[in-house]
Write a protein that binds this ligand. Sequence first.
Ligand code: ATP
Length: 240
Amino acid sequence: MIDIENITKQFPGKVAVRDLTLQVNDGKIFGFLGPNGAGKSTTIKMMTGILPIDQGRITINGSDMAKQPLETKQKIGYVPDRSDVFLRLKGIEYLNYIADVYHVPTEIRKEKINDLTRSFGIQDALNDHILTYSHGMRQKIVVCGVLLHDPEVWILDEPLTGLDPKSSFTLKEMMREHAKKGKTVFFSTHVLEVVEQLCDEVAIINNGQLEFLGDMAEMKRQFKDDENLEKVFLELTQHE
Ligand SMILES: Nc1ncnc2c1ncn2[C@@H]1O[C@H](COP(=O)(O)OP(=O)(O)OP(=O)(O)O)[C@@H](O)[C@H]1O
């Protein structure tokens, strides 16, 4: 479970996230929807301990990110929106590095790497440097790294952007399976359609503020009734 209580983040001259409160329950796929610049990545960076929180509190399965950062981070699998990490490593070196950091036993490591990279069709690129990978392939290797250590809570920043349709389908299926096991999946997107396909619950953020929190049926009802939300809806459908 992810519990976000009244978090705020300010950059010079800009409040990126203002007094945001939401909970993500176990067994749910939670969509964090908002137009470009709404504050999604900033929120996710606070949830993953990359950015300190100015005010408020975030707990992941009961651990406080600010007070117990190491313990809390071990519960999380995080896929950032830009996967430009470890470019000088080969794919296989990256995955082994992640497996070492998260103490994935050697007996199961090889099989897991094989299965995951096959699912995403990058098994033949493992001996190439990540630097030579396309954006989609970089995204896939990071997703494989996250799934390798089987974290309880998945936090994915725009995970489907840049993926080919087959890999996008594979990842969506994996998200569904993870939630079905009673675990948590939180992901951000600026594409309304993705949320409609996948989510049990949705939060809509705009200009750093929560505009809506609820299930899909409520969201559709409110789009009709609320002028403010209707404007956000138009932005979300115009982008893609
Ligand atoms: N390090 C920073 N310094 C100053 N302003 C920032 C910083 N990071 C983000 N911002 C600003 O905070 C606001 C929210 O940005 P954020 O990246 O969280 O939005 P987003 O919803 O993830 O958008 P996108 O879909 O474009 O990634 C934007 O106005 C952005 O310009």
